[in-house]
Design a protein around this ligand. Structure first.
Ligand code: PEP
Ligand code: MN
Length: 346
């Protein structure tokens, strides 16, 4: 349930409502807003009786049942898109945020060159994996903390915020020391111990859609993180497994449009993992911008042919700079659409 209080309700009036809700056996989950307070309620009980009783209170504007199984991430809970601030950049607002960098952090020279170049081309965040989830145990597994330190160095040099993968609930504090955004990879989307451990974490989370996961499962995983205390979740469509093998994955852009209806969380598209092929990345990026995503996360490597992972889908520095140039008219249209949507929402 979501209870909206009347404007300027007092603390005492809010407490009375909370008491009434708890009397029906429900738990107060979140209280949001300053002028107009919204109370999020979860639990099991007599919904109709609770709603009727709370709605009858004079300080309550409205009490609504959220029908979706994902509560706090649903559009029913919050009608306007969440804006998440990361290292001076806002995602979910009126700027399209491009995150770029190599699949893996490999060396100081590699990450510094990539960082400086993607920053010059207009990226606002640097991506790079220090912990790598690899299909084969014999493949490069990442530089781990040494890689995190190199990312921090690249941040100091360029000012770019860092997005990097977290693979285990044991590493949350370590990765959060260095990263601005913790990425949950596709293979860990339903690692519920990890999702729960990200609740108390103070950093925003980039949650990638699992290889064979539905939109509903993605939202339920996001709900785990939010329900455990971290409201700052960004969703990522990175392609799903289908019968098609011509591309590495099938990019579900329809899901991006659908997610915009179902949730207030920002959504980014990863055209690199979605296609597995660098020549397709610019076209898919344009399509993702046109469909209304909030950002892109793109693999870029100074020398893709020597990359230790995902070289075939990585753009080189020049190709990325060209793609960013070519995206400009699409981003102009994207911005116009944002302004129109914002005006319509008011
Ligand atoms: C990555 O971002 O390099 C990665 C491993 O992505 P995904 O989890 O989407 O496969
Ligand atoms: Mn990769």
């Amino acid at each position: 349930m979501v209870i909206s209080m009347k404007l300027h309700s007092t603390r005492e009036e809010i407490d009375q409502v909370c008491k009434r809700i708890e009397h029906f056996g429900y738990k107060i989950h979140a209280i949001e807003g300053e002028e107009r307070v919204v109370i999020g309620v979860v639990g099991v009980g007599d919904v109709t009786a609770c709603l009727e009783s709370v709605e009858a209170m004079p300080q309550v504007e409205s009490a609504v049942r959220i029908s979706a199984p994902y509560k706090f991430v649903s559009r029913e809970f919050r009608r306007t898109k969440s804006q998440i601030k990361i290292n001076g950049v806002e995602i979910g607002g009126d700027e399209l945020v491009v995150m770029a960098g190599p699949c893996s952090v490999e060396s100081e020279e590699q990450i510094m060159t990539a960082a400086e170049s993607v920053a010059r081309a207009g990226a606002k965040m640097l991506r790079g994996g220090a912990f790598k989830p690899r299909t084969s145990p014999y493949d490069f597994q990442g530089l781990e903390e040494e890689g995190l330190k190199l990312l921090a160095k690249a941040k100091r040099a360029t000012g770019l915020g860092i997005v990097t993968e977290i693979m285990s609930d044991r590493d949350v504090d370590l990765v959060a020391q260095y990263a601005d955004v913790l990425q949950v990879g596709a293979r860990n989307m339903q690692n519920f111990s990890l999702l729960k451990a990200l609740g108390p974490c103070q950093r925003p989370i980039l949650l990638k859609r699992g290889l064979s996961c539905t939109v509903k499962e993605l939202l339920m995983s996001a709900e785990y993180i939010v329900a455990h205390g971290n409201p700052n979740v960004i969703l990522c469509e990175r392609g799903i497994r289908t019968f098609e093998t011509a591309t590495r994955n099938t990019c579900d852009l329809g899901a991006v449009a659908l997610l915009d209806e179902l949730t207030h969380l920002p959504i980014v598209v990863d055209p690199s993992h979605a296609t597995g092929k660098r020549s397709l990345v610019p076209a898919l990026s344009r399509a993702a911008v046109a469909v209304g995503c909030d950002g892109l996360i793109v693999e870029v490597h100074p020398c893709p042919e020597h990359a230790v992972s995902d070289g075939a889908q990585s753009l080189d520095l020049k190709q990325f700079a060209r793609m960013m140039e070519e995206l400009k008219p699409y981003i102009t249209l994207w911005k116009e659409a944002r302004v129109t949507e914002a005006a319509a929402a008011v």
